[in-house]
Design a protein around this ligand. Structure first.
Ligand SMILES: C[C@@](CO)(OP(=O)(O)O)[C@H](O)COP(=O)(O)OP(=O)(O)OC[C@H]1O[C@@H](n2ccc(N)nc2=O)[C@H](O)[C@@H]1O
Ligand SMILES: Nc1ncnc2c1ncn2[C@@H]1O[C@H](COP(=O)(O)OP(=O)(O)O)[C@@H](O)[C@H]1O
Length: 289
């Protein structure tokens, strides 16, 4: 049997870090939403008891270190699956970019294997398995738009953002999430107003959403990579309604309503950044199918 799953990237509309926990992770409050930029996961069941990963990208590992492979291993163990699976992964989401590409690939394998082997499971159960793989995997299992708390694994569904375009620009650097969290001084950093962002989504208020964006990690990444701040500035100069770094970076996104404006920002950015994307915000679970 063969099935295909989309693995969409996420952006953090807001990301607040509250404090460092005893287990070394940070307590966060994040509003996340999926965007129409996705990897493709193709799964084929195998009679032999093995996991075969075919990743057509020189940027990701082709073995057990790949989060898609790890997800398949966890599923086999958790549900005592005796058969094997062939995973074909086609990357479109930039790697180590703050867009959760790897987490979304893992989540797509969790969802996909549940379908492939006709397992009696729930998204909540898959999200729990996902949390063992990474903090962002639970959100990626559910998709849509959500408030993520704890270390990111506690998910509360939110309404999709008002329809808009997302223009993304990724400078040619890979950022380690761990390094950024480690360099953060929670007391010194800026903190977004999460409740204002939640309110904006609940009322479908585009302007309020744009005003409420914020990311506690942005200042840390900007200190290490000043080009992140420059990209933000370029986006705003070109007419973006708002602009923010996603996750631990270095990708910067801007939001804008009319497509002509989004195209203008894209063209402006392409002058000095090779990786520029113009995509729709997805924001709902249904669009994962
Ligand atoms: C910053 C965020 C925002 O969405 O995303 P990315 O920039 O990675 O996309 C997430 O919090 C990242 O989630 P994820 O990438 O799954 O992180 P994990 O693999 O669980 O953790 C990587 C490392 O980041 C740190 N970490 C992660 C999450 C958290 N709440 N506190 C932390 O301190 C820990 O040092 C951990 O060892
Ligand atoms: N399927 C995968 N896709 C992307 N990166 C992966 C994958 N599996 C493992 N990784 C590793 O995970 C790290 C972070 O990847 P990614 O999820 O793209 O970062 P981010 O969450 O910052 O967007 C990279 O260093 C990469 O080598």
């Amino acid at each position: 049997m063969y099935i295909m799953e989309k693995a969409p990237a996420k952006i953090n509309l807001s990301l607040d870090v509250l404090h460092k926990r005893k287990d070394g992770f940070h307590e966060v409050e994040m509003v996340m939403t999926t965007i129409d930029l996705a990897d493709r996961i193709e799964l084929t069941s195998l009679k032999k008891n093995k996991i075969v990963l075919e990743a057509e990208s020189r940027y990701v590992p082709n073995d057990e270190r790949n989060l898609a492979y790890l997800a398949a291993k966890k599923m086999k163990k958790h549900y005592s699956i005796t058969g094997g699976v062939h995973i074909k992964l086609t990357k479109h989401v930039p790697v180590a970019a703050g867009l959760a590409g790897g987490s979304s690939d893992a989540a797509a394998v969790l969802r996909g294997m549940a379908r492939l082997f006709d397992l009696d499971t729930t998204p909540g159960e898959l999200a729990e398995i996902g949390a063992e793989i990474g903090s962002d995997v639970s959100f990626c299992v559910h998709g849509g738009t959500a408030l993520a708390t704890g270390r990111g694994e506690k998910i509360e569904e939110l309404p999709a953002p008002p329809p808009c375009w997302v223009v993304l620009a990724k400078p040619p650097i890979g950022v380690s999430t761990k390094t950024i969290y480690q360099a953060l001084d929670v007391k010194e950093a800026g903190h977004p107003d999460t409740s204002s962002m939640v309110e904006a989504l609940r009322t479908g208020d585009y302007e309020k959403m744009c005003q409420s964006v914020g990311n506690t990690l942005e200042g840390v990444t900007v200190r290490l990579y000043p080009e992140v701040a420059q990209l933000k500035e370029h986006m705003l100069q070109a007419g973006a309604d708002t602009s923010l770094m996603s996750g631990s970076g270095p990708t910067v996104f801007s939001l804008v309503e009319p497509d002509v404006k989004a195209r203008r920002i894209c063209n402006h950015l392409k002058g000095f950044c090779d990786e520029v994307y113009m995509v729709r915000v997805l924001g709902t679970k249904e669009t994962l199918d």
